[in-house]
Write a protein that binds this ligand. Sequence first.
Ligand SMILES: [Fe+2]
Length: 225
Amino acid sequence: MPSRFRWTTFDLNESLPAGWQEDVREVAADADFHEFPRTPILSREAIEVQRIPRGRVHAPQVRDRLPWLHRAYREEFLDMAAAACAEPVAAAKDDRYGVVLNVQRGTTMRFECHIDSNPLTGVLFCTDHAGGGELVIAHDADATDIAAVEQDCSVIRPHSGHLIFFDARQHPHYARPLIAESDMRIVAVMNYYTQSCTESTRPAELNRHLYGDDGLASFSGSRRW
Ligand SMILES: [Fe+2]
């Protein structure tokens, strides 16, 4: 029997800093928008899909321009991640993939269909949408393209201020395109690790693909064990 997908939601609308959505929007407008090549190992796109257009605000920009988010990833959100998980949880020690923003602008961008390498992912939705932009997660671990994911899936509609946690190592997932040309979808994506699946399991090939090397850039994360 396939493993059931589940997620935990925290509503942070009363606790995030005043003006946080405007802050995030301003930073997201300066995102690195381009056609990103498919990710090695983890991609679950159809073979003919080699590039997927989207925007990314990289971790150093998050640290410099959204310091509350950089800090929350290692403090308040880490506590929530721990509450959502049966075993001890740690933030990433390598700053480069701790917390980043994924951005979709207009109707042509979407997020690549993939599986996660980390055992616990946090997603903070930063925008609301009349339609489109849903996070779609396959129930079938063997789904190898978007059409297969859509056949049997959970659909999570973005609600600004909601932080969700899930394990999608066995569940291919992607974000649908937006419906309105004027719309922008922003999520903060966070990698967490657990005692049984530590940061050392992250594929070196993934770091080579994303950053051109497989070394650790910096050590500022906090440990829980
Ligand atoms: Fe993911």
